[in-house]
Design a protein around this ligand. Structure first.
Ligand SMILES: [Zn+2]
Length: 251
């Protein structure tokens, strides 16, 4: 559980740790990772642009955005992010890694929300589509994808992201699946969605189920995230660390 400072340290900042319903006033999912070489967002929920500005993070400095699935609290911030990005004259191109179809979905959202304002073809944005169980290499990142158990139409995946010698794993939204064991294996930080305390719900994890499987997880550190109101009401009974908006760690 000690910080590993043998090589480059990376900083992870929680931009949004909430669920789809804004429970507890928490913002939708987004994690910001900074290394000396790259700034990365993991998921880009609807509230992300405001969240980044709360933390003084500039959109034009983001080089990679990795998306787990197509639910608005995980990717719905992309139209707003890109509208702002387009007017900042960014020095570096942006890469968006996602399940198939992200560009089309985001262009549709832009056309609905801001008709005629932005054509993605006019932006220096590289969309990389991944399949489950694939390894994507870009911008000094190695991103391994894992299919997870959530609303299938949203094409849900978990991501294991290697940056230098550090590994950040993130479950995305899922119920318990044995793939989480491999996802979390030896990760420096495993961010695990734990929507509920004991309410069992299809497509989401609850704390009691996670505790049953906790011995199988070999990550060095785990943070829970994506809490609903029931989970927030039981925070005093949670023995694991959890994400909160603005929380930051060095890895
Ligand atoms: Zn979801």
């Amino acid at each position: 559980m000690e910080h590993n400072i043998k090589e480059e340290t990376l900083t992870l900042t929680v931009i949004g740790s909430g669920d789809a319903f804004g429970s507890g006033g928490r913002l939708n999912t987004c994690f910001h990772v900074q290394t000396s070489g790259t700034q990365l967002l993991i998921d880009c929920g609807a509230t992300t642009l405001s969240g980044l500005k709360q933390r003084g993070i500039r959109v034009e400095d983001i080089e990679v955005i990795a998306i787990t699935h197509f639910h608005g609290d995980h990717y719905g911030g992309l139209p707003f992010f890109l509208l702002d990005y387009a007017r900042q004259n960014p020095a570096n191109p942006l890469t968006i890694i996602s399940p198939p179809g992200c560009k089309e979905r985001v262009q549709s959202l832009l056309d609905l929300l801001y008709p005629g304002s932005l054509q993605l073809d006019n932006l220096a944005v590289d969309f990389i589509e991944y399949q489950p169980n694939e390894v994507v290499k870009t911008n000094n990142l190695v991103v391994q994808t894992f299919p997870v158990v959530h609303v299938a139409a949203a094409i849900p995946n978990a991501l294991r992201i290697k940056i230098g010698n550090k590994i950040i794993s993130y479950s995305g939204d899922t119920e318990w699946t044995p793939d989480l064991v491999e996802l979390a294996r030896s990760a420096d930080l495993f961010i695990c969605q734990c929507n509920f305390y004991k309410k069992m719900s299809k497509g989401h994890l609850d704390y009691q189920t996670l505790l049953q499987h906790l011995p199988t997880l070999s990550c060095k550190r785990i943070w829970l995230t994506h809490f609903d109101a029931e989970m927030l009401d039981n925070l005093d009974k949670i023995d694991l660390e959890y994400a909160e908006d603005g929380k930051q760690i060095l890895i």
